[in-house]
Design a protein around this ligand. Sequence first.
Ligand SMILES: NC(=O)c1ccc[n+]([C@@H]2O[C@H](COP(=O)([O-])OP(=O)(O)OC[C@H]3O[C@@H](n4cnc5c(N)ncnc54)[C@H](OP(=O)(O)O)[C@@H]3O)[C@@H](O)[C@H]2O)c1
Length: 347
Amino acid sequence: MVFIYGAYGFTGKQVVEFLSKTKVDYIISGRNEEKLKEIFNKISGNKPREYIAVSTEKISSLRLNGINLVVNTAGPFLDIGQGVLDFAYNNQANYIDCSGESFWAKKLIDQYSGKFFERSIFLSSGVAWETVAGELTVKKLIREVGAENVRGKTIYLVYLAEFNMSPGTLQSSINIIGRGAMLWNKGTVKIVNPFERRFRFEFKNKNFLATNISSSDVLNVPLSLGEIQRNIDFEILFATKREYFIGLMKLFSNLAKYKIFADLIKKVLDRFPEPDEARSPASALAFLLDGDKVLHRTVIDSKRPYRTTAKIMSYFIERFSEGKVKSRGYRAPTDLVDFPEEILTSD
Ligand SMILES: NC(=O)c1ccc[n+]([C@@H]2O[C@H](COP(=O)([O-])OP(=O)(O)OC[C@H]3O[C@@H](n4cnc5c(N)ncnc54)[C@H](OP(=O)(O)O)[C@@H]3O)[C@@H](O)[C@H]2O)c1
């Protein structure tokens, strides 16, 4: 049985919509009973078994029989993810989420991988457009140039950041930029200042400026590459056509270090409308560099990152329900399931 927390959020309800067209046995959950009831009544097709209203503070003590996968779509995860993660562990269930927060992924790896391993269950963060788009793009780059030509080099994974964001994503972004950035240095993770790096490139006849802001890909991508992870430097950058945007983000990142300010912005962002996905391109570009010189570049264009995230999660859940996902401890998403590239590029 699959347990979905955050089922009526922008991402959660799209996951539920996909699952209603499958044979997966699932329960929906979240903190608001009214919203759960509304979505439960709306679903036609494969309905969830039941809905369970429970807060993130109380969920860890909830015991349910027969749950073997917990799917968490309620973020920001560093703020509210702990209870749902403990719920999975306490019920001896596997755990996945759609977080892009690098420090959340680091916590799962450092503090939970061993515990989950001992119980023969797995956990994975970033089962979403990001990091699956990043993992697939970098793997494609390595296939194109050959693994032997990557060793000793640097890979930049660059996302175009100009898509419309949901309140949950904007709130998670405050966690991402407020906590610093990470750098993968041949198997070691270093914490650095965000916005330190500047990287210019042309894409589709437009000039972009990228800067380093780490999402959970900074860990998931190298982990998904096997032994090559110890031979490369790797970094995540976000690119924009509007240079002032980077100055603005830098200002926010300095302010977001103060909890009172971060909490205030998150409250304001909670009132933001749902994003217009039609205006959301979401390309991932992987650059292979030797020093400053770009040796190769690979792109996977995708659209509608939230819909893609729901597709990725549902694809994962279906494979899991068919008994095809078996592992233990922390795993990068593409280590658990082979996602086809079309999952990113198709509508
Ligand atoms: N990595 C990726 O590519 C990717 C893609 C999509 C989403 N995400 C991440 O997924 C998360 C959700 O995104 P979204 O677009 O679905 O956001 P959203 O529409 O704002 O939904 C957020 C969900 O979290 C719940 N929530 C918020 N605070 C809560 C709390 N204190 N206790 C219990 N539930 C709480 C909300 O429920 P209420 O209505 O009750 O507040 C809602 O169900 C974000 O962190 C986002 O960054 C990542």
